[in-house]
Design a protein around this ligand. Sequence first.
Ligand SMILES: *Cc1c(COP(=O)(O)O)cnc(C)c1O
Length: 400
Amino acid sequence: MEFIDLKAQQQRIKQRIDARIANVLTHGQYIMGPEVSELEHALAKFTGARHCITCASGTTALELVLSAWGIGTGDAVFTTPLSFIATAEAIAKTGATPIFVDIDPNSYNIDPASLNAAVMAVSCRNPSRHPLPRIALHKQLTPRAVVLVDLFGNPVDYDPILEVAHAYNLLTLEDGAQSFGSMYKGRHCCNCGCDAATTSFFPAKPLGCYGDGGAVFCNDRELANIVDSLRYHGRINAQNKNDNIRLGYNGRIDTLQAAILLAKLEIFPEEIMLRAKAGQRYTELLLPYRNSPGIVTPTVTAEGDSIWAQYTIKLPQGVDRSALMKKLREQGIPTAINYPKGMHTQGCLRYLGYTPHDFPHVQEVCSRVLSLPMHPYLTEDDQKTIVDVLIQSIEWREYT
Ligand SMILES: *Cc1c(COP(=O)(O)O)cnc(C)c1O
């Protein structure tokens, strides 16, 4: 059994992928070939966003937006402590200070009341309202932006969070690396009402290529133009390649990756349905074990649909998670921990001066979560086996 079965998907579309790749090898435009703009039009159409600018990765996408906004030293950028490290890394690399905001213990996404408290705490340099990094106490930082992560594919509840963000004039960025294909109140993720959104095409993401890739989405033409320029060394535009008006990045997607994504996009709507089914089946199969032994299934935001980038359960308190994972692995079931620690406790961000106890909800989630195999081609039989073995293994731990 695979944690994410990319081979099953490839078997379905091998011919289309081969044909797409052969086409690129024939025209030979490996950088910014025609597939790149074809993909951008297709992705914009899919999400409903006016502009899509593809780029080298989901991390680059975050960097491009923050850079286009001129975020840097002296700025405070708010985000969740519970995400892949790239979210905070992109913020910190601009010179801005990442300010971590507590999560909602049910959705695991950023909590609106905590965002409000965190902005107030930064403005008044008062850590009694909300935990703050050390620098925010002795230097007046300017609240500039908030980066919202749709964790595991579950959309952030945007209405209340955007209300808080707008009250403080914060720029809003949706990190939709895990939620491409998810919906919130009839809108596609990466077009949920933020000033900009980003996604990743890392192979394991819901829409993945065969290498690195990412995209920026927005509805503002001026921002789109700046991002388009920044990903290509700050050139003025495609007609003036060697006229560089800003310091940018080598941040483009490869034409080959764009070609692969175009083939994958054709079956993506069907995969969204298959993923929804698999997610629902897990929840149904796990339902009898809610009270005993006490497995917590994921909460999806009201009026939202998750693409289930991860199907992540919370184990009963006291279960030896590493022993459980080993037992599952011995029976051929791969699992993963997303994430073993909050970003506020990562070594690379130690200079911020947070302590593990600053975010007790995050600490609790990190110590108990377990991600189960998840992909569109997961069969009902596989899922039954996974749940059976999981439950038996937990009991085996507790009663022997
Ligand atoms: C994967 C991921 C990223 C980074 O994407 P890459 O394409 O690997 O650079 C950023 N944010 C989140 C939430 C992610 O899951």
